[in-house]
Design a protein around this ligand. Sequence first.
Ligand SMILES: Cc1cc2nc3c(=O)[nH]c(=O)nc-3n(C[C@H](O)[C@H](O)[C@H](O)COP(=O)(O)O)c2cc1C
Length: 184
Amino acid sequence: MLKSDLTTVLINGSPNRRGHTMEAVRAVLGLLPKATFHAYDLNVHSCDDCKLCRMRLACKHNDDMLTVFDALKKADTLIIATPVYFGAMTDALLRIINRFQQLFEAKFTHQKPFTTIQRLILISTTASHDPTMFDGVKLTTRLLEELFDVERTHTLTLGGTDTIQHITQTYKSQLERFKTHMSQ
Ligand SMILES: Cc1cc2nc3c(=O)[nH]c(=O)nc-3n(C[C@H](O)[C@H](O)[C@H](O)COP(=O)(O)O)c2cc1C
């Protein structure tokens, strides 16, 4: 599918707009994209597996997901930013991603892919220094790659935030490297 008006969509899964995760996002992006969604501000119902989308291309919920889907249709880049909560993306972000189930059904049951996204960027932070803490968010990211036929994924994971004042100071060179890598 050709997209004439290519944009970047950012979905921020942190409830802390000035927290570590968004500080890292700002450091690599500069300005936030116009299509920025703060997961904790959205009115999004949980997917309760009603199976309507398995039967036909529809969802029973009429909420802020419509705006998210509209933005994704126009996007060539999707940025997912999230702290790790109990080994996974945050609940507000997962509520949005669970609603992508209708896009999975569209693609794999109805053979009608919703959209493609060229580039996926994951930015995630944890309190712990244990790198396996990011396994859950990476697995969810892999599912998004499959869903949107992503061509390139860039992953930035930053640990140890419990003892960090400013992520931009502690991880200055890593953030710079990531910025360069992203622009290539
Ligand atoms: C509910 C909750 C669950 C968390 N679970 C984990 C966890 O499983 N592993 C971890 O290392 N840190 C965990 N943390 C810490 C956050 O991942 C960490 O503080 C993160 O950098 C916060 O990002 P923010 O400032 O952007 O909100 C948790 C924090 C909260 C509030």
